[in-house]
Design a protein around this ligand. Structure first.
Ligand SMILES: Cc1cc2nc3c(=O)[nH]c(=O)nc-3n(C[C@H](O)[C@H](O)[C@H](O)COP(=O)(O)OP(=O)(O)OC[C@H]3O[C@@H](n4cnc5c(N)ncnc54)[C@H](O)[C@@H]3O)c2cc1C
Length: 340
């Protein structure tokens, strides 16, 4: 279905009131193929949109938004000798519905990623992660349709070039492939990942260490810490956690002994953006309706009528002050779409 001059407020979790010139909703792979092989005319540029939970619009969008609604969850294959099962879900399936389905079936692997907003189609794009788990460790392959000619292409795990909140679909192949279906390898006899102390504690309050209780623990923590986008517009973590060389981390730690630092790949350490922003005094601050959440300095919020540009400008101010205080450059996790 093709729609013209669409109001985007309900299509982005910041609740920003910009418009898109055109939106095409796609329910089947056949429809996507017809769009990309020239059968259907559409105006460039193209933006593929899930729930808009990682996007900051800063102006009206003069082009075509592609909105995948491909549904269906399937058990594809059993691997009894390895204790695994391969399951797949359509790009338009709500991510947390899929996680709930997998946990109810007793399949392990996704429970730590409970309640992350968005759709299945964005999970390989973003390589979503939480509580010590990244979805790249479960993804087997990603089915896509080329925006160039409508042909089907399957990317196996290594071809996705996964990185921290990153993949080939966010880098050089951005908006060149529509993800239509994602295949995940889950375990039939789950081994739980309770490496995060706060999660372990929450699960022990609920009861035994089971798949369902881990999911519930994650949900409880997320609900207590993060603003609900249905009530206060936001896109979760606005910045990535910066990765610096170990020597930079050691120097910083010398000046700020309380600074949290985490191991990363050999020779590198990860810093906590939220802590850096908090130390610059931003938590709970507002510029009109654009603000920083009072419980979580990493989350920028729209208290009502903020524009995307105001939120963007606030993020620039934050970047500048973190750079001045710590000499560390923050990189936005949220994707900015539009004129700045
Ligand atoms: C309250 C809150 C908490 C959050 N917590 C986390 C968290 O813990 N961990 C985490 O990793 N993220 C988190 N996020 C960010 C966000 O939920 C994820 O990045 C999510 O995967 C985005 O899904 P989406 O469907 O909204 O994608 P969108 O934001 O609409 O799009 C994200 C990117 O994926 C592309 N894309 C989307 N669908 C497709 C498709 N079918 N084919 C090709 N490209 C596509 C888009 O073009 C865009 O580049 C949080 C967000 C919020 C609001």
């Amino acid at each position: 279905m093709i729609y013209k001059n669409i109001q985007l407020k309900k299509y982005n979790t910041f609740g920003l009131e910009y418009t898109a010139e055109c939106m095409i909703k796609i329910k089947t792979e056949k429809e996507a193929t017809a769009l990309f092989n020239g059968t259907v005319a559409w105006k460039k540029p193209l933006l593929i949109l899930g729930c808009g939970s990682n996007i900051l619009f800063t102006s009206d969008f003069q082009g075509t938004i592609l909105y995948p609604e491909l549904k269906g969850i399937k058990i594809e294959e059993q691997e009894p000798d390895k204790g695994n099962v391969i399951v797949s879900a359509g790009a338009g399936v709500n991510w947390d519905d899929f996680v709930a389905w997998s946990v109810n079936k007793g399949f392990g692997g996704l429970e730590n990623l409970s309640l992350i907003p968005g759709k299945v189609g964005a999970t390989p794009v973003q390589n979503i992660g939480a509580y010590g788990v990244e979805v790249k460790d479960q993804i087997v392959k990603v089915k896509t349709i080329s925006a160039n000619d409508g042909s089907i292409r399957i990317f196996n795990n290594s071809e996705c070039e996964f990185g921290y909140r990153n993949s080939i679909f966010k880098k050089r192949e951005k908006d060149k492939y529509l993800v239509t279906r994602v295949y995940y390898r889950l375990t039939v006899k789950p081994s739980l990942n309770l490496g995060y102390e706060s999660l372990k504690e929450e699960v022990s309050k609920i009861g035994k260490e089971t798949l369902k209780n881990v999911r519930q623990g994650v949900i409880n923590i997320r609900r207590s810490k993060l603003p609900d986008p249905e009530i206060t517009g936001n896109a979760g973590s606005f910045f990535k956690n910066p990765v610096v060389t170990s020597s930079v981390a050691v120097n910083l730690k010398g000046g700020y002994p309380d600074m949290p630092v985490y191991k990363d790949q050999e020779g590198y350490m990860k810093l906590a953006s939220g802590w850096l922003i908090d130390q610059c005094g931003w938590k709970g601050k507002r510029r009109g309706d654009a603000g920083i959440h009072e419980k979580q300095a990493l989350v920028l919020v729209n208290y009502g009528k903020a524009t995307g540009k105001e939120i963007y400008n606030l993020s620039e101010e934050i970047k500048k002050s973190v750079h001045e205080k710590f000499g560390v450059d923050l990189e936005r996790e949220v994707e900015v779409v539009g004129v700045i």
